[in-house]
Design a protein around this ligand. Structure first.
Ligand code: CA
Ligand code: CA
Length: 469
């Protein structure tokens, strides 16, 4: 498995190295030390395995016309949906791709799974090379097999208009089968109207017992980019047990600096294979070139879990797909900082994407691969939880972090979101010290970034949550 980029998701190491002290207080996270008890297992959303995902998209044709330009309605849309599909497929190895759903598009209100299949064809051309970098890339045929057609005419329509008897589709029936067969949570992430999930839920609600419905609902994790048809609000109102993140701050995904048309030509669309060549330079008019990708936070949220940055079950932690506040026990919306929670990761996510485009065309030895970050001995992707005494110091150690290419690594420790009262010394060193506030009950949240000196530079993460007692 030398060529397996997933090395960074190794098994969780026993934390014999974790610990710290001050003023006579000694805190250990490993067993056998009583000063600090292991935190309760409140968050284990990542599970070390790749998330199961059904991605729903309202993407137009690859050769579509930007929505702000003149042209036939069925060719026009916001082309950033195609941008998102290209980026998603470049990370297909990080997921179990259970479904690719074509929902009705913004302009002509058609759903056309051929639009997805066209990009999968491009993926197929670079698939042999991608596999040199990670054996987990799925075959093009396996992606084609899960690409399903939604109904036309549903974008922007009310729940009454888009849900109900006679409104099943290939996609909604397929979603039911995936959820029924699932033994772990399935993420339904939607960059268009989420009607196909809504219809699946409507059908189960109307054909099964309450207990069976509850079981079905409990397996679903939903992430909606905005409310693009009436089914989104209907699902939140009808199924309070449904886990839903609603992202209305997706604009934080758009280029704010160097990730313009020139950057795209140099790193994605030219000389990087057929998949990158399908990435539209423009989204709304031909002149506004650059990364836009308003829908990409839906799968980047999941990617952050696989990266060790966040916990899929705790949207308040924040990661590449944004940070969220809890509105109801199972419902989340954008945190007060809005799109800034997404734009703050712009450099890392675009460097990483550029690297994936290198994987599409370069042999292993000529491309970069992500570091493997370790925090106080912990590898893997689960957030590390620790309890420690108020006012004590926790040692932060990135010892054991490695790079598959032998790159030199740099380190950065910081609190995110900013937690009042704690301080970090040595924040750009492999070894740092976290001084906890003298306030029992405080939660201190620390990110470790490990960045290599390859080109493009790549960052890997670990996350530490300290509950101050
Ligand atoms: Ca969209
Ligand atoms: Ca590297």
């Amino acid at each position: 498995m030398r060529h397996n980029a997933r090395l960074r998701k190794g098994t969780l190491a026993l934390a014999t190295a974790l610990a710290l002290t001050t003023g006579g207080t000694v805190a250990y996270a490993s067993e056998g030390h009583s000063a600090v008890k292991p935190a309760p297992a409140a968050h284990h959303g990542n599970s070390g395995d790749r998330p199961h995902v059904i991605l729903s998209t309202d993407m137009p044709p690859v050769n579509g016309i930007p929505g702000g330009e003149a042209g036939a309605a069925d060719q026009k849309s916001d082309l950033d949906d195609v941008q998102t599909m290209v980026r998603f497929l470049a990370y297909a190895d990080d997921f179990h791709v259970d479904g690719l759903i074509a929902s009705s598009g913004t302009f002509a209100n058609y759903a056309n799974k051929q639009n997805i299949l066209d990009v999968i064809n491009a993926y197929g051309q670079v698939y042999p090379n991608l596999k040199l970098h990670d054996a987990n890339y799925p075959t093009p045929d396996s992606l084609r097999a899960v690409t399903k057609q939604g109904r036309d005419g549903t974008w922007g329509q009310s729940a009454t208009n888009v849900l109900g008897a006679g409104k099943d589709s290939e996609a909604s029936d397929y979603i039911i089968s995936v959820i029924d067969n699932a033994t772990t949570p399935v993420w339904f992430v939607s960059g268009g109207g989420p009607r196909e999930l809504g219809q699946a839920l409507w059908k189960v609600q109307n054909t099964r017992s309450a207990a069976e419905l509850n079981t079905f609902v409990s397996k679903i994790r939903a992430y909606f980019i905005d409310d693009q048809d009436g089914s989104a609000a209907w699902m939140r109102n009808t199924f309070p047990g449904l886990f839903v993140i609603t992202n209305k701050c997706y604009w934080g995904m758009a280029n704010t600096g160097p990730y313009d048309g020139t950057w795209l030509k140099n790193n994605v669309t030219t000389g990087h294979g057929a998949l990158g060549a399908d990435y539209p330079l423009s989204h709304w008019t031909y002149n506004d070139q650059g990364v836009y990708e308003g829908d990409s936070p839906d799968f980047l949220y999941l990617l952050s879990g696989t990266q060790g940055l966040s916990d899929l079950d705790d949207p308040a932690l924040g990661g590449w797909g944004g940070r969220f506040q809890q509105d109801a026990p199972r419902q989340w919306s954008c945190a007060p900082e809005g799109g800034a929670a997404i734009s703050r990761w712009e450099d890392a996510r675009n460097q990483d994407f550029a690297n994936r485009m290198d994987w599409a065309v370069k042999p292993y030895e000529q491309a970069n691969h992500n570091p493997v970050a370790r925090l106080n001995g912990h590898g893997g992707d689960d957030v590390v939880h620790l309890r420690a005494a108020a006012g004590s110091t926790v040692r932060l150690r990135a010892d054991g972090s490695t790079d598959p290419d032998g790159n030199t690594l740099s380190y950065r420790w910081y609190q995110y979101p900013t937690t009042a009262g704690a301080t970090i010394t040595g924040s750009t060193s492999k070894r740092a010290e976290l001084v906890l506030p003298d306030v029992p009950g405080t939660r201190v949240d620390v990110v470790l970034e490990v960045t290599d000196d390859g080109s493009p530079g790549l960052t890997s993460y670990r996350r530490l949550i300290v509950d101050v007692r």
